[in-house]
Design a protein around this ligand. Structure first.
Ligand SMILES: C[S@@+](CC[C@H](N)C(=O)[O-])C[C@H]1O[C@@H](n2cnc3c(N)ncnc32)[C@H](O)[C@@H]1O
Length: 272
């Protein structure tokens, strides 16, 4: 069926009003995905008649609250596009802060060895590797699906030689010296009810245990046992006090917490 670009966008946006904050923008993303063009092209060609087979099916998926990133298999992070699919968590904007805060502590010429736990789609290790040309990286995940998605992104970004992927529980089997340990682990308590769009994401990427901070505590223990120099983690907005209490009898050089864009506590950088 042929309609103008504007008509397609209007009928798509009308169906997305319930689920999307910016329905017209999301309709543009979906139509652009089908027509293989960008938003600017659509805006300039609003009166052009186009065939858009499959577009309304994508709109329907989005209307059922499926995240737009899974539908288009693309996510923007650190001003770059990455491949994403339902086997891995959709990277969140606040995770860019974890990278920025960690990079502030690292010499750009660093030759240190980094390990990321819970690599997911690979974005953290990839962006760090792009900024730290001399550093080496091992990235682990317990999920084979996540490892496969990270592998695609690592190859796509041309950093395969710098990032080794290992499917394992936390750091099991990693014997190498670790200078910097970084993680955005699952940190939500198991019984917390989440918004329905989160049903589409892998649950082992979200839930960290009965209390929520179990994996964070395991990471802190590992960091001390392995003489790590820096541990950098994202955490839940209500976990700062628990982390402080957990570390109260441990000798740390510094422990700095940072907030996300909404002003909530969101992570910490610990120098051991
Ligand atoms: C919150 S997601 C973070 C993904 C990605 N690093 C990001 O920031 O977008 C947490 C990741 O940890 C992985 N994970 C959960 N438990 C794990 C464990 N015990 N060992 C290793 N990885 C684990 C999940 O599969 C998921 O990919």
């Amino acid at each position: 069926m042929s309609r103008t670009v504007d008509q397609w966008l209007e009928s798509g946006a009308a169906k997305l009003r319930e689920v999307a904050e910016r329905p017209r923008r999301e309709a543009e993303i979906l139509l652009g995905h089908i027509l293989k063009c960008d938003q600017l092209y659509l805006i300039v060609h609003l009166d052009e008649e186009v065939e858009a087979e499959g577009y309304m099916a994508l709109v329907q998926r989005r209307a059922l609250n499926e995240p737009i990133e899974y539908i288009t298999q693309s996510v923007s992070f650190f001003s770059q596009e990455f491949y994403i699919s339902p086997g891995a968590l959709i990277p969140r904007p606040e995770t860019e802060l974890l990278i920025e805060k960690l990079l502030e502590k690292i010499d750009p010429l660093s030759t240190e060895s980094f390990v990321e736990v819970g690599v997911g789609s690979g974005v953290i290790s990839i962006v760090l590797a792009q900024h730290l040309n001399n550093a080496s990286f091992i990235a682990t995940d317990i999920s084979a699906d996540a490892i496969a998605i990270a592998k695609k992104n690592i190859e796509f970004k041309g950093v395969s030689e710098r990032i080794a992927l290992v499917k394992t529980d936390l750091l099991e089997g990693i014997e190498q010296k670790i200078d910097i340990l970084v993680s955005n682990p699952p940190y939500i308590a198991n019984e917390v009810m989440l918004e329905s769009n989160l049903d589409y994401e892998p649950q082992n990427a979200l839930f960290g245990g009965e209390v929520g901070d179990e994996i964070l505590q395991r990471l802190i223990d590992e960091a001390f046992e392995r003489n790590v120099r820096i541990l950098a983690c994202e955490m839940g907005y209500d976990q700062k006090e628990k982390i402080l209490a957990y570390c109260s009898d441990k000798k740390v050089k510094s422990l700095e917490f940072y907030s996300d864009y909404a002003g909530h506590d969101r992570g910490f950088i610990m120098e051991l």
